[in-house]
Write a protein that binds this ligand. Structure first.
Ligand code: PSU
Ligand code: MN
Length: 311
């Protein structure tokens, strides 16, 4: 071995997170692309802080990830969260973008894929987000599949979400996860949620307790080592959309975004913004509430894993 190998030298884990991992306490990784690209100001900062508080309520420690001036960080300070929420020009970083951000000294927010890669390198087994990326509609024309899916084949992390973002091709995303060998579970439901709606028409295996989520994870990494898993949590019923409301609003956003010529990694943030505008902010409030609910569930799951001696 020489000094040029993959020993972590560019990643900086905060003292609080590092101590929690060493002590085997519950830790939850939180992504930051939702802060910098997914939600508008001032909701983004409020949500980021509320998600960290939700994790702390369960007794677990939050570890939001991002690149700050080229330093790849796991566990951020409040001023760093503020920068991600309020500064212009924060880049969106998938896993492959981390290296360039690090050597160029830029500041970047991490997607689910990049976040679970960093969580795995840091000894963190649980992460929370709103909706994960997947196969985009019109895949046969442009081939756009989120790296979130493939990263789940090399990062054994539990991803707590409300499903796949409803702008995606849900059946194809499920097929891809099956191909990749990544399990998708429903928390206290057998109906796969569709991000902004509790109903997708697809069923998933149901897990009813935090402990059973932890058990499914530990069994999963025994039989399919290296793979992560997806736990879906239905969105809060008071704000969730019905399937037909959701269909209408997503279809409109897709048409507008396509005729505006939006492509690549701009697609997801652009669609979320359009849906926010056409629902008069309801999708934004819902996105915020479901992110907090997922952070809470992730914290409880992380605590169950820690109790099992696998923090
Ligand atoms: N969940 C949300 N809002 C978001 C995202 C997730 O509620 O903005 C982000 C996540 O960071 C996810 C990314 O990884 O969108 C997916 O982007 P893409 O489809 O370009 O891979
Ligand atoms: Mn994409």
């Amino acid at each position: 071995l020489n000094d040029c190998g993959p020993t972590p030298r560019l990643i900086q884990i905060s003292p609080e997170v590092a101590a929690a991992v060493v002590d085997g306490r519950g830790v939850v990784a939180l992504e930051s692309s939702v802060i910098s690209q997914g939600l508008p100001r001032p909701h983004n900062l409020e949500t980021a802080l509320a998600c960290e508080s939700a994790v702390r309520e369960t007794g677990a420690i939050p570890a939001t990830t991002a690149v700050i001036n080229g330093t790849v960080k796991v566990g951020l300070t409040q001023p760093e969260l503020q920068r991600l929420a309020l500064e212009d020009g924060i880049v969106k970083a998938g896993t492959r973008d981390l290296a360039y951000a690090a050597i160029m000294g830029v500041s970047a927010a991490t997607t689910v894929g990049a976040t679970i890669a960093l969580a795995n390198m840091s000894g963190i087994r649980v992460m929370a987000t709103g909706g994960i990326g997947g196969v985009h509609r019109g895949y046969e024309n442009h081939g756009d599949v989120s790296h979130d899916l493939t990263q789940l084949t090399t990062s054994p992390v539990i991803v707590v979400s409300a499903g796949f973002k409803s702008i995606l091709d849900l059946p194809r995303t499920l097929e891809w996860l099956e191909t990749l060998g990544v399990s998708v579970y429903g928390f206290q439901t057998e109906q796969l949620p569709n991000f902004y709606s509790a109903y997708s028409g697809f069923s998933v295996p149901r897990l009813d307790t935090f402990q059973s989520v932890a058990d499914a994870y530990l069994a999963g990494i025994e039989f399919n080592p290296g793979h992560g898993m997806v736990v879906t949590n239905p969105p809060p019923p008071s704000l969730a959309f019905t399937p037909s409301e959701l269909d209408e609003i997503v279809n409109r956003a897709l048409i507008e975004s396509e005729s505006a010529g939006v492509t690549g990694k701009q697609v997801t943030p652009d669609l979320l913004r359009r849906i926010g505008e056409s629902s008069a902010g309801r999708s934004i409030e819902l996105n915020k509430r479901l992110l907090i609910a997922n952070a809470l569930l992730a914290g409880d799951v992380a605590q169950s894993l820690a109790t099992a001696g696998c923090g």
